[in-house]
Ligand binder design. Structure first.
Ligand code: EPZ
Length: 423
């Protein structure tokens, strides 16, 4: 049954929100369990549809999965049932591609469906494939599948990415940790999730250095062991609720939010006149009565402004006291929230990679359609400040990346309820 979210705007959000574990760290961390026959214990794992999708795939491959508590999982792959990731899994969650590297590294073969495009763009995996070929895998693309074989194992080598790719970096890391010799990943992603992921692999016995820089060096080892690992807080979730505080003129304490994982983002919010204060391991975000100043943004790989916060930022700019340009440099089609915001009264025009936003006094509630994870949460944010009622349809997109969103927002005073959707 398709579900919808109903929001009645107007409340200033006041209170505190505990930030859940990071989806984009938990997903590679789950895939890393394929690299060893020992148990990998992950805590602070967020309860999300994407996590469930990855768990279903790991179960299909043959992993034993135990839930120690609501947010703690133990995963172990003694021996596989198969080394495949069928289309049905991958089409639901493109991060399934993250099983390719570990399966080839540990078992010497993998058959993984190509993810295909998605709402925000083509999202190729050609760089993942090219990297594994450079490391000695024989790869054939056949019937929508990647058939990879490395009967004699993978060999370490230099891998230079022409563009930064987060899961590409993570896939190559998992291939390299069991490869013979040294692998250097040049132009590697530096996202905090990648840095934390290297920490997990090193706890499992890998030898990775260069974390946080654009050159990662991996000295392959024969086998990896298990590890216990706590998933760090989700900086994109934190940034989303920071904007909820800013747009509603409220004050929210983001519990466990790591300011240093979002410095460019918080610096930008400060430019707009929002107060972002470090406070006892949390961040308090507030905006008084004054206007939201316009501030142009270009998304960029870390440490730049995160593309995953672009849609949310457009909502803030849609009610700013001037005009701002928001440029999306990572994905070719990540403005699908814009026509929906326009239906709520926002004044936004898209010119290639740039959205030109002229602030309006207020938005008007309306029925709108979610299209992808971050676009859907931007419509929720718009509903929080719109006059009247907003109904966001197809909120399964939301449930992929936000744990108990309506509870977290209601606890700060939002008028938001989940409803049964259209037939
Ligand atoms: C990760 O996706 C995140 N997902 C995305 O978060 C995030 O938006 C993205 O990184 C950028 O930060 C996970 O970590 C699970 P990329 P990923 O490879 O790795 C192109 C969310 O909302 N590219 O860094 O798939 C690609 O098309 C999600 O939580 C190739 O052309 O993104 C894109 O334009 C959305 N060939 C750019 O690179 C390749 O082989 C960056 O993509 C790989 C990527």
């Amino acid at each position: 049954m398709l579900q919808r979210m109903r929001i009645v705007g107007g409340a200033r959000l006041e209170g505190e929100i505990a930030i859940s574990g990071a989806k984009n760290l938990a997903l590679p961390a789950l895939a890393a369990a394929l690299l060893t026959d020992a148990p990998v214990i992950l805590s602070n794992v967020p309860r999300l549809c994407d996590i469930n999708s990855m768990l279903c795939l790991l179960d299909f491959i043959g992993c034993d999965i135990a839930h120690r508590d609501a947010h703690t999982l133990e995963i172990m792959l003694k021996d596989t049932k198969c080394t495949e990731a069928p289309y049905d899994f991958v089409r639901k969650m493109r991060a399934s591609i993250l099983v390719l590297g570990p399966l080839v590294a540990r078992f010497g073969h993998a058959k993984v469906s190509l993810p295909g495009g998605c709402a925000i763009g083509a999202r190729d995996v050609d760089l993942h494939i090219k990297a594994l070929e450079l490391m000695g895998a024989k790869i054939e693309l056949d019937g929508g599948y990647i058939n990879a074989i490395a009967a004699k194992g993978l060999c370490g080598c230099d891998i230079s990415f022409p563009i930064v790719t987060v899961t590409g970096t993570e896939n190559v890391l998992m291939a390299a940790v069991l490869a013979s010799g040294q692998t250097r990943i040049i132009n590697a992603a530096m996202e905090p999730e990648v840095v934390a992921f290297c920490d997990l692999l090193n706890r499992m016995g890998a030898k990775i250095s260069g974390q946080g820089t654009s050159v990662l060096v991996v000295d392959g080892v024969k086998t990896l062991g298990g590890a216990e690992f706590d998933i760090s807080p989700d900086r994109i979730e934190a940034g989303t609720y920071a904007i909820a505080a800013a747009v509603t003129g409220g004050r929210i304490r983001l519990k466990n939010c790591r300011y240093d994982d979002l410095t460019v983002f918080f610096d930008t919010l400060r430019e707009t006149g929002v107060c972002c204060e470090r406070n006892r391991g949390d961040v308090i975000v507030s905006r008084g009565e004054h206007d939201i100043r316009p501030c142009d943004v270009n998304t960029a790989p870390y440490p730049g402004f995160p593309t995953d916060l672009q849609a949310q930022y457009c909502v803030l700019m849609s009610v700013c006291s001037g005009a701002a340009a928001v440029t999306e440099t990572i994905f070719e089609n990540r403005f699908m929230h814009i026509p929906e915001l326009a239906r709520m009264g926002a004044t936004i025009s898209v010119h290639g990679k740039t959205a030109l936003i002229t602030g309006v006094k207020k938005l008007i509630g309306a029925p709108v359609m979610a299209t992808d994870l971050r676009a859907s949460v931007s419509l929720i944010l718009a509903g929080l400040i719109a006059d009247g009622e907003t109904i966001v349809n197809r909120i399964y997109h939301l449930d992929r990346g936000y744990e108990t969103l309506e509870q977290k927002l209601s606890s700060c005073g939002a008028n938001i309820q989940r409803m049964a959707g259209q037939r």
